[in-house]
Write a protein that binds this ligand. Structure first.
Ligand code: G3P
Ligand code: CA
Length: 240
């Protein structure tokens, strides 16, 4: 089973920042996951929350700030004062960390609160420009976005993200046109995905931070887990 570092090596470093990605790039994990949004002036940046207060000294919505305003903010101190002054990264900066590595990249396109028109086109252009498309899995909780990605770039790998516990996911994936399904640990534990796997769906599960959950997902036959503690899961996998 593959291991993806969730928001970079977010257990030990401030999530979705270059220190977290550089640390992840040095690990023998198969992949890394991160979230993309767009600034007021159209720059693609990597950040999870659509608001700023949890992970920076800023407040309000990210979309209301220009890139240069966001670069003034500190995205590291909330994690530990040793990360003081860590800046928000651009998508391009994050992609370049992995340009010459083996890692798969799961780019989650955030549209939970804010609709960023055509954001997927802008993201795909940057990925294509760096010739990294073969290593990217696009995903979104916004299934209108997922269907659009599948329509405009059918050769890309695109996954539908789910939070709730659902049934007949394989049939749902077939309906929208993908076999790549990213679901929460809670949904994977309680749902009935074993049959969906047998039918050919590929499941990746977030966020798996305990070794007993890793083992349960492996037994179930999921393809990959997203984790904040890749060091813990790598050690466990190695010793199995
Ligand atoms: O893409 C998997 C996972 O990251 C989705 O949830 O809220 O951590 O972005 P969230
Ligand atoms: Ca995410």
């Amino acid at each position: 089973m593959k291991i993806f570092a969730h928001r970079g090596f977010s257990g030990d470093y401030p999530e979705n920042t270059l220190p977290a990605f550089e640390a992840a790039s040095k690990l023998p994990v198969e992949g890394v996951e991160f979230d993309v949004q767009r600034t007021k002036d159209g720059v693609l940046v990597v950040h999870h929350d659509e608001k700023l207060h949890r992970t920076s000294n800023g407040k309000g919505h990210l979309k209301d700030y220009t890139f240069s305003e966001l670069r003034e903010l500190d995205f590291g101190s909330w994690k530990d004062k040793k990360f003081k002054g860590t800046q928000i990264p651009t998508l391009g900066e994050v992609l370049r960390v992995f340009k010459d590595t083996h890692h798969l990249l799961n780019i989650e396109i955030k549209t939970d609160v804010v609709d960023y028109p055509e954001i997927e086109q802008a993201i795909m252009e940057q990925v294509d420009y760096l010739d990294m498309t073969d290593r990217v899995i696009y995903s979104s909780f916004d299934h209108v976005m997922v269907e659009k990605l599948l329509r405009v770039a059918p050769n890309n790998t695109t996954a539908a993200l789910f939070e709730k516990i659902l049934v007949n996911l394989h049939e749902y994936g077939e309906k929208i046109g993908t076999k790549h399904l990213h679901i929460s640990l809670n949904a994977a534990k309680r749902g009935v995905i074993r049959e969906d796997i047998q039918k050919g769906s590929i499941f990746r599960v977030y966020t798996v931070n305990k070794i007993e959950d890793y083992d349960a997902m492996e037994k179930l036959g999921v393809e990959a887990v997203f984790t904040d503690v890749p060091d813990v899961l790598l050690k466990h996998r190695k010793n199995k």
